[in-house]
Write a protein that binds this ligand. Sequence first.
Ligand code: NAD
Length: 350
Amino acid sequence: MKKTRIGIAGIGFMGTTHFRIWRGLEDAEIGAICDVDPVKLAGDVSTVVGNIGGGDNSKPLDLSGVKAYSTASEMIADTSLEIIDICAPTPDHSSIAMAALEAKKHVFCEKPVCRSLRELDELSEAVKRGKSYFNVGMCIRAWPEYYHARTLYKDGKFGRIRSAFFRRLSPDITGNSWKNWFMDGELSGGALLDLHLHDTDFIRFMFGRPKAVTSFGVNSVRSRGGTDHIITNYHFDDCLIAAEGGWCANKKVPFEMSFQMIFERATVRFAGEGYQIYWEDGEVESPQVADKNLPTGWHRELSYFLNCVRDDVSPDKYQDFNEITDSFNIVMAEQESVDSGKTVEIKYRG
Ligand SMILES: NC(=O)c1ccc[n+]([C@@H]2O[C@H](COP(=O)([O-])OP(=O)(O)OC[C@H]3O[C@@H](n4cnc5c(N)ncnc54)[C@H](O)[C@@H]3O)[C@@H](O)[C@H]2O)c1
């Protein structure tokens, strides 16, 4: 069977994560990589460090049969590639994505889709104009426990939402990224855009559009100029939805991602004790939702996108692009709320 050929832009934590996932998928072939760092281009990724499951990321890459380019534009010009997978730092996402769409490549772009509302508008136009498929790595949408809870909620099993709280707390990641770009707030958008966006986006995916946000944050604890810790109340009718995200803790503190959602008929938790549904009738369920071949949201989103490209089917199971633009709008409103100390009404595009 013909394999779909992929080119990966940026071979840091996320690029090496994707590299190993694509390598494990039967119908995928990594045709090329590109990176500005010649050491990584030669397969030496010993400097790469990450958060969840980052253990394997620094092992040397087997680059047999893989072309190496030093710029994304050279890689995009490679006519043998069908998918461009963007894992470069956030400020480069929109220019690489627009060039790849222009070249009629299918694009998988890591989150955040871009760095600013201006870039979001330009990219949205390019996605609408483009004839190829475009997905963003909002992996929590596809993360087994999160996706499962959302599915039961949408199927009406839990009844109405009363309150929900999401947390995403990372240890300090100073020094972990290429030229320490995460710690420059201008480049990364701080923990607010880089980390907390996942929960904002999942809230949008699960509960729809909040009207406004009230956020509290602290800046420049670890980064220069970024919001490093944030708590947001998302304004919905008849329920309390909040999320906390940050990367201020000591380097030795374990990474935490968790939620507790209280519905009419059940309390659903993903936390230290695992994934549990505490039904109001007294039953406690521990659904086994992870697939051993596709254990994380990263595996699931990439495998799904690959199958859609192979079968020429629109990749809309986990996302539609309007929702991705919504969550970017919401997170920018959260930044405005932190900066102004006021509640901010969200002006949605479209
Ligand atoms: N979905 C997730 O859970 C998740 C997790 C971590 C990071 N990310 C996102 O993935 C992206 C990359 O983050 P990371 O942790 O891998 O960063 P990183 O610093 O570990 O890696 C970035 C890599 O890109 C290379 N690079 C820099 N400029 C480039 C360019 N113009 N073209 C090609 N390569 C270039 C660097 O040399 C480096 O190898 C970010 O946007 C980040 O927000 C997503």
